[in-house]
Design a protein around this ligand. Structure first.
Ligand code: DGY
Length: 325
């Protein structure tokens, strides 16, 4: 008998066909109130779940006594209670690697857009205010040759370092759990304490996952150590930053600008003070959002789920403790 999969993210026709060849599929098209009600109805019969951007807490998953596997279409797994899943022997998988380069591209888009004031100056033309050559009041700052500071040297951090070092001739400094000699050698990067990084980097790029340890890590104290020329970039998770402290730091001129793809609460409210500031470039959590990469992530999630439901260990298993072997 086919297993039952509940999808809460639409798939391409090709991937849908691949999944339907192996499983009975219920698709929840939208995660609005009606969609959530459909999800609750479908959970009791679900063996597998596939989707993203939904907090799947114990209260919800208790409705799914037959659940064997969840395939998240994301690299981040902060929407899941991993201890709970492991206790219930539910295999959780994610989609690393396939989104690394695209997300690092987004990081550099934010670096360039903030430093060179791309959005602000493009808006100036749209507003009909380009009447003479722009002067120093509209000049930006260089990117090439400036110091790139990376907090969290995982795959995406490494891809940022590669772009900074080879593409823009930037000295790279980084902070992570432990030094990474191979990366230091490849990119001539220097490991340093978080404090040193905050004080020395021109671009402070956050690539850490959201965990109990990293939540609120970049707050008032951290912003106080940055320099007025520093530009802060966040492509990881909004909750790693104390957003009120970030707003204060921007208002008080403690930092020059911020490029933000993620926020404490998403979608970001249209009345957020961040959206009133010319020196903030805000994007709607689009780090991996290209046609190619989102399709690759979905394919990876489908393969992870089908493997798990066939009794095989998924390639991107997040909670090995749930695997019986
Ligand atoms: C990820 O893959 O974790 C992206 O941030 C999308 O949530």
């Amino acid at each position: 008998m086919k297993k039952h999969v509940v999808l809460y993210k639409a798939l391409s026709a090709q991937l849908m066909a691949r999944l339907q060849a192996q499983a009975d599929v219920t698709l929840i098209e939208r995660l609005d109130a009606q969609g959530l009600a459909q999800l609750r109805n479908a959970l009791p019969g679900a063996h597998g779940l596939l989707g993203a951007s939904l907090k799947l807490d114990a209260a919800l998953l208790d409705l799914a006594p037959n659940l064997q596997a969840i395939a998240s279409v994301s690299v981040g797994v902060d929407n899941y209670d991993i201890d709970y899943l492991t206790e219930r022997r539910i295999l959780l998988s994610n989609t690393p690697d396939v989104l690394t380069e695209t997300t690092a591209d987004t990081g550099f888009a934010l670096i360039l857009a903030t430093a060179r004031r791309v959005v602000e100056l493009a808006n100036l033309i749209r507003a009909g205010q380009w009447q003479k050559s722009i002067g120093p009041e509209h000049f930006g700052s260089d990117v090439h040759g400036k110091t790139l500071g990376i907090i969290g040297m995982g795959r995406i951090g490494e891809a940022l370092a590669q772009r900074g070092h080879f593409g823009f001739g930037m000295p790279v400094i980084y902070h992570s759990h432990s030094p990474k000699p191979a990366i230091e050698q490849r990119f001539n990067a220097r490991y340093c304490s978080l404090e040193t990084l905050l004080r020395q980097a021109d671009f402070i790029c956050l690539t850490l996952p959201l965990t109990a340890e990293t939540q609120g890590l970049i707050g008032e104290h951290a912003f106080a150590q940055m320099r007025p020329e520093s530009i802060f970039i966040n492509i990881s998770r909004g909750k790693v930053v104390d957003e009120a402290a970030l707003i204060d730091a921007l208002r008080n001129g403690q930092i020059r600008a911020a490029g933000l793809d993620v926020f404490e609460r998403e979608p970001l409210s249209a009345d957020s003070p961040l959206l009133q500031m010319d020196n903030v470039v805000a994007t709607p959590h689009m780090g991996s959002a290209t046609h190619e990469t989102r399709e690759a992530m979905a394919r990876c999630a489908v393969e992870n789920l089908l493997a798990a439901l066939a009794g095989e260990r998924p390639v991107n298993l997040v909670n090995p403790g749930a695997w019986k072997g």
